[in-house]
Design a protein around this ligand. Structure first.
Ligand code: FES
Ligand code: FES
Length: 166
C-alpha cells in the first residue's frame, strides 16, 4: 500500500513547552495550539471555553508573549517556545500569582483561572505595582463569570506585594 498523503497522516510538530523539547506526530497544521496542548501533549491546564478568542481561558505564552492558544494554528507554533500555566510553578511551589489566586478566593469554578493567571503573571513581569485600572485593562481579554473580578484584583495586588517584598 502506498504512503498516505501528508494531509491525512499529519506532520511532526516541534516545539519547546515549559522548558522541554516536545515533538508530536500526526498533527494537522490547521488544528489549534490549544488542541495540541490539551489533547496531544497531556497539558489540560489551558482551558477551552469559547474557541473563538473571546474569553482568554486558553492564554499561554508564545515566545514570551501571551496569546489565545485557540487562535494559534499548530503550524504557527513550529519551532516556538510555549509556556503554559503548568509551567509557571517551580516544582511543587506555586508561582506567587497562582498562590495569591488561591488565597484570595479568586478561583471559583476555575474555568477562567489558568488564562487569568498567565495574563496576570505577564502584567506583573511588565509592571511591578499596577494600579487597579492597569490590572483591569491588562485582564480585559479574560472573562470570568463567577467572581465579579474583585477577588481577581485582590489576587494581583497580593502577588505584586509579595513579589516586591522578594
Ligand atoms: S478558548 Fe481561547 S479565547 Fe476562549
Ligand atoms: S471562576 Fe468561574 S469563570 Fe472565573
Amino acid at each position: 500500500m502506498g504512503r498516505l498523503p501528508e494531509a491525512v497522516t499529519g506532520v511532526r510538530l516541534n516545539t519547546t513547552v515549559n522548558g522541554e523539547s516536545r515533538h508530536v506526530d500526526g498533527v494537522w497544521e490547521g488544528e489549534s495550539l490549544l488542541y495540541v496542548l490539551r489533547e496531544r501533549m497531556g497539558l489540560p491546564g489551558s482551558k477551552n471555553a469559547c474557541e473563538q478568542g473571546e474569553c482568554g481561558s486558553c492564554t499561554v505564552y508564545l515566545d514570551g508573549l501571551p496569546v489565545c492558544a485557540c487562535l494559534v494554528a499548530a503550524g504557527q507554533a513550529e519551532g516556538r517556545d510555549i509556556r503554559t500555566v503548568e509551567g509557571l510553578a517551580d516544582g511543587a511551589a506555586l508561582d506567587p500569582v497562582q498562590q495569591a489566586f488561591v488565597e484570595t478566593g479568586a478561583v471559583q469554578c476555575g474555568f477562567c483561572t489558568p488564562g487569568l493567571v498567565v495574563a496576570a503573571h505577564d502584567l506583573l513581569d511588565r509592571v511591578e505595582q499596577p494600579t487597579d485600572a492597569e490590572t483591569r485593562e491588562a485582564l480585559a481579554g479574560n472573562l470570568c463569570r463567577c467572581t465579579g473580578y474583585e477577588q481577581i484584583l485582590a489576587a494581583v495586588r497580593l502577588a505584586a506585594q509579595r513579589k516586591a517584598a522578594g
